[in-house]
Design a protein around this ligand. Structure first.
Ligand code: HEC
Ligand code: HEC
Length: 174
């Protein structure tokens, strides 16, 4: 038989351990967010400046695709190429298939010469693809606050540098 005294001591000890643990796991509000600052004030919060590539087109290093058929990020400076208007689109000037190869720019892929609604191949680039920067963005050189553990799988050996969406567009659908 356990005496009442022992029982009380044991349960008290339990309470002490439990509360001890709770204390060591407590966070104050400054530590809760990734920014490690007061959550109720923006005063001391300074965002890291954006640092886009300033390397001219033709001299930049391509950025590896995030996953198979991800829209590639723009590795070069886009100064003077934005914004894209009805009258002018600098991007097509270098990336249209007929000129791209000569200047070593990746040609606009076949998927951009295809009507997704009617599923028909077009003779001209689809108007839905005209505004390149809606999908292709430059990348700012900042250290991520949380490491990305995602590891993409590419079914083709060159999947991290070329896309082939038009070939497997409706894969698994039909
Ligand atoms: C003066 C020619 C030129 C212009 C204008 C230009 N690009 Fe480029 N682009 C290139 C070249 C060349 C590369 C290959 C990387 C390099 O050599 O800098 C490239 C690379 C890219 C890539 C990466 C392709 C890949 O395979 O990873 C994307 C995306 C891109 N450009 C999008 C754009 C967009 C969007 C615009 C318009 C805002 C644009 N480019 C304007 C020449 C150009
Ligand atoms: C609606 C979104 C969207 C728009 C708008 C768009 N793209 Fe893309 N782009 C993509 C996606 C998604 C891919 C990758 C899959 C694929 O091949 O379609 C891609 C791929 C590319 C590639 C890589 C081709 C390869 O062989 O690896 C180039 C270059 C490119 N786009 C250039 C452009 C240019 C230049 C424009 C504007 C004239 C543009 N894109 C407009 C979504 C878009």
């Amino acid at each position: 038989m356990i005496s009442t005294k022992t029982l009380i001591i044991v349960s008290l000890l339990g309470v002490m351990i439990a509360s001890g643990c709770a204390v060591s796991e407590a966070y104050n509000e400054e530590e809760l967010g990734l920014r490690k600052a007061d959550l109720y004030s923006e005063k001391s919060v300074v965002g890291e400046p954006t640092a886009y590539s300033t390397v001219a087109a033709g001299e930049s290093k391509m950025i590896q695709r995030s996953f198979e058929n991800a829209p590639p990020m723009i590795p070069h400076d886009v100064e003077g190429m934005m914004e894209i208007t009805q009258e002018s689109n600098a991007c097509t000037g270098c990336h249209m298939p007929e000129v791209a190869e000569a200047i070593k720019a990746t040609p606009i892929p076949k998927s951009h010469f295809f009507d997704m609604r009617t599923q028909k191949v077009l003779t001209e680039m689809s108007q839905a693809r005209y505004n390149c920067s809606a999908c292709h963005a430059p990348q700012s050189a900042n250290e991520p606050l949380v490491k990305n553990e995602f590891k993409p799988d590419y079914r083709k050996a060159n999947g991290m540098e070329r896309s082939n969406l038009i070939d497997n567009l409706n894969e698994g659908v039909r």
